[in-house]
Write a protein that binds this ligand. Structure first.
Ligand SMILES: Cc1cc2nc3c(=O)[nH]c(=O)nc-3n(C[C@H](O)[C@H](O)[C@H](O)COP(=O)(O)OP(=O)(O)OC[C@H]3O[C@@H](n4cnc5c(N)ncnc54)[C@H](O)[C@@H]3O)c2cc1C
Ligand code: FES
Length: 260
């Protein structure tokens, strides 16, 4: 583990903040780190920024993420990683689909794809327009933006999966060579099925409860895979071959519970 110093905080939405820290590592897009918050917990977070500073983008859902939201420049946290695999970018046309804070896992992939000359379309989904993550960041990078909100406050009213189906049916747009996605697991299951029916390769980043982050404890098990050791990025084909995918996860005690 490396102890790093918090260098900046960005308020992204009402309950999502980016925490930047001085860190020289060069992660692959889609990799994650285990973040140790002294006297609180250690939790997995996707890397959403890299370069002179690293960064994680955190939704406040409980004790550890609340503590991360309370950090100030100059505070110290521990970083283990980068861990796991990343997105394997290919082709010229990429569709990136993000649901809620899951969009954080796509950020470095969108940046790298655009820097490499790809045309990137982004479909972002959230409950309301205020909760959309990285809309300005991806627009400024040059991505073609599409929005879905549950309450219809912006873009398509409904799920981002419905929006993705509409986008794939657009006659004036090229068929994507690759779909990358991160968000709630039921959303990823729908995306994997949509991609399969459209004959498009799809890579999804999964979020499961993690303790060790290095393939030892089994808490992040999804079928025959561990999300930390074999993922977090899996192909749609891999995921659709797993019974647990979109149905079951393990809780803090290791017990299998239904996905809400
Ligand atoms: C590979 C990976 C990347 C992630 N990237 C991000 C990210 O970029 N931004 C972000 O906001 N969140 C991300 N998460 C989810 C984040 O780790 C959890 O929200 C966080 O651990 C919750 O901790 P808590 O103490 O605040 O909440 P808790 O009170 O412990 O739990 C709140 C919710 O978070 C889930 N959760 C708790 N601990 C974990 C854990 N160790 N691993 C996974 N889920 C957990 C619980 O099942 C519950 O649904 C990622 C998870 C994984 C596995
Ligand atoms: S978190 Fe321990 S095996 Fe994945």
């Amino acid at each position: 583990m490396e102890i790093v110093t918090v260098s900046g905080i960005i308020n992204e939405t009402n309950n999502i903040k980016t925490i930047k820290f001085k860190w020289a590592a060069r992660p692959e897009p889609g990799q994650f780190v285990m973040v140790w918050i002294p006297e609180v917990d250690e939790v997995p977070m996707s890397l959403s920024y890299s370069g002179a500073e690293g960064g994680i983008t955190v939704q406040d859902v409980g004790e550890a993420t609340w503590a991360l939201h309370g950090l100030k420049p100059g505070d110290k946290i521990g970083i283990t990683g980068p861990l796991g695999n990343g997105f394997r970018l290919k082709g010229k046309e990429i569709l990136a689909i993000g649901g809620g804070s899951g969009t954080a896992a796509l950020a470095l992939a969108v940046e790298r794809a655009i820097a490499g000359g790809c045309n990137v379309r982004c479909a972002l989904g959230a409950r309301t327009s205020d909760e959309l993550l990285f809309r300005k960041r991806f627009t400024d990078l040059g991505a073609d933006m599409f929005i879905a909100t549950d309450d219809g406050s912006d873009g398509h009213r409904g799920f981002v999966t419905q929006l993705a189906e509409k986008m794939l049916a657009m006659k004036n747009k090229k068929k994507p060579d690759l779909i990358i996605a991160c968000g709630p697991e039921p959303m990823l299951k729908a995306i994997a099925e949509i991609a399969k029916n459209a004959g498009i390769e799809c890579q999804c980043s999964l979020e499961r409860y993690m303790k060790c982050g290095i393939g030892l404890c089994g808490s992040c098990q999804c079928g025959r895979y561990t999300v930390c050791g074999d993922g977090p990025v899996f192909t749609g084909e891999q995921l659709l071959g797993i019974d647990d995918f979109g149905k079951w996860k393990r809780d803090a005690s290791g017990r299998k519970t239904g996905l809400s």
